[in-house]
Design a protein around this ligand. Structure first.
Ligand SMILES: [Zn+2]
Length: 90
């Protein structure tokens, strides 16, 4: 599956954050990373056992799902594509 240009840039933006910011809490920056991507919609958020925020998004343009993780304590962000088998329709 091909991801769209906006998704590609979104992924780059997130990865780059780790280089341009040091060990600071990434949570306040997440909005800025999402906003330039006009087709990304928020799908859910939870906190895992290790204290990381796991945030899911779906791109309405290319239908790619993304999982963003943010570790406030160490100041680290990561993002990777999720491959969903058709989430149950409402
Ligand atoms: Zn996309």
């Amino acid at each position: 599956m091909e991801i769209c240009q906006a998704c590609e840039e979104f992924e780059k933006r997130v990865k780059k954050w780790n280089y341009t910011h040091g060990a600071v809490d990434p949570l306040p920056y997440i909005d800025d990373m999402i906003k330039p991507h006009k087709h990304l919609i928020f799908e859910g958020r939870r906190i895992d056992g290790a204290g990381a925020f796991l945030i899911s998004f779906q791109c309405l343009k290319c239908d790619q799902w993304w999982r963003l993780s943010a570790w406030s304590a160490v100041g680290y962000l990561d993002v990777w594509p999720l491959f969903m088998q058709h989430p149950s329709s409402p």
